[in-house]
Design a protein around this ligand. Structure first.
Ligand code: SF4
Ligand code: SF4
Length: 358
């Protein structure tokens, strides 16, 4: 049977309050209240924004969804995990302060920000999944312990995973530090002799993994966290992955970690994709005012994480009239590889029925 994916049109031109109202309308129309029970500790997974990036989903846009959870008398709390790279989300203290500045806390939404992976990103639970790459995955412990999850993802392109939405929000965004390292382990770009020594990659590398000598840039594989930022910023095409092998391992591992996040929470997680302000890089990229790569589409929601991502990809490609790899200028990437692996490991279905909500 096809998974139901609910869809409502909206866009940045509507303004944050209308976007919030439409997300709430979608929540009601899709019957997502059934995922949440009175007294649940409900994790509301978001990306609170990583300065200077300013194209993430802003907190007022999710206010209506939070109000729904409060009306259902759950105990919702905003969650996001510590990043591998040094920045404002590198540990729970800095992350909570940033979340509050961006309205993702008690002052903005009336609920607290709580780092589910502890102060340093090391509070984790090993979840057995028996995947193709991972027999067990390492997930933020309070994500595992809470009773239900409202996952709110921003759909964007990504230089390695090709598309970043629900699966990446779950797999990477809910993993502990060790879980993230495992996913990135396969991704180590290399610098070719096309390097002009411009220094852009050095300036943007969040892990201080790049050095420059008289000939070209070099990447320290022990420091590199595989984020792909250097690949994205190099204007000379001098930093490359072995796309044929490495990015596919990352995509598979993200899907397997996502499986670990939802294991034991069948029908207790609702997945929302905000397909507005779609940019070529994810919200972690330290670039401001990234341009949209496709017109705003709206919000999609489902209880099936595979179906909601598949439907989002299909709508973006239909709206743009081309494939996401072509939109990103990376023909060798394929977002479906991750989706299909997620389906193979039992996370959900690529067979969906899109139901538009007026
Ligand atoms: S951004 Fe590219 S060209 Fe510039 S230093 Fe880095 S690898 Fe070399
Ligand atoms: S992928 Fe590039 S930017 Fe990211 S940590 Fe490695 S060297 Fe630095």
């Amino acid at each position: 049977m096809s998974s139901k994916v609910f869809f409502i049109k909206t866009g940045c031109d509507d303004g944050e309050e209308i976007i919030s109202q439409k997300a709430r309308q979608l929540f009601k129309a899709g019957g997502f209240a059934s995922c949440f029970k009175q007294g649940d500790f409900t994790a509301v997974k978001v990306h609170v924004g990583e300065p200077p990036n300013n194209t993430y989903v802003k907190s007022p846009c999710i206010k209506g969804l939070v109000e729904e959870l409060l009306e259902l008398k759950t105990k919702p709390f905003i969650v996001d995990t510590s990043t591998l790279y040094t920045g404002r989300r590198h540990n729970a203290i800095d992350h909570a302060i940033l979340a509050n500045e961006h309205g993702f806390g008690i002052s903005g939404l009336g609920i607290p920000f709580i780092a589910p992976d502890g102060l340093f990103g090391t509070s984790e639970t090993a979840v057995q999944i028996n995947g193709e790459l991972n027999k067990e995955v390492f997930i933020a412990s309070d994500i595992v312990r809470c009773q239900s999850i409202l996952s709110i993802a921003h759909f964007t392109g990504h230089p390695a995973a090709c598309a970043a939405a629900t699966l990446k929000t779950l797999g990477m965004g809910c993993a502990s530090r060790k879980g993230k390292m495992r996913q990135h382990a396969a991704m180590r770009p290399k610098v070719s002799n096309d390097c002009t020594l411009c220094g852009d990659c050095f300036d943007h590398c969040p892990a201080d993994a790049i050095t420059l000598d008289d000939v070209k840039a070099h990447i320290d594989r022990d420091k590199c966290i595989g984020c792909g930022e250097c690949v994205a910023v190099c204007r000379f095409g001098a930093v490359k992955y072995d796309w044929g092998a490495e990015n596919r391992l990352l995509q598979k591992s993200i899907a397997e970690h996502a499986l670990g996040v939802v294991k034991g929470k069948e029908n207790r997680v609702a997945f929302f994709n905000f397909v507005i302000f779609v940019t070529d890089g994810c919200d972690c990229f330290d670039r401001q005012d990234l341009p949209k790569i496709v017109d705003d589409i709206g919000i999609l929601a489902s209880t099936d994480p595979v179906a909601v991502d598949k439907a989002s990809i299909d709508l973006v490609e239909s709206r743009s009239g081309t494939t996401i790899p072509r939109l990103l200028g990376k023909d060798k990437l394929d977002p479906r590889y991750q989706i299909e692996h997620a389906e193979r490991v039992g996370l959900g279905s690529t067979d969906y029925k899109l139901i538009e909500v007026d």
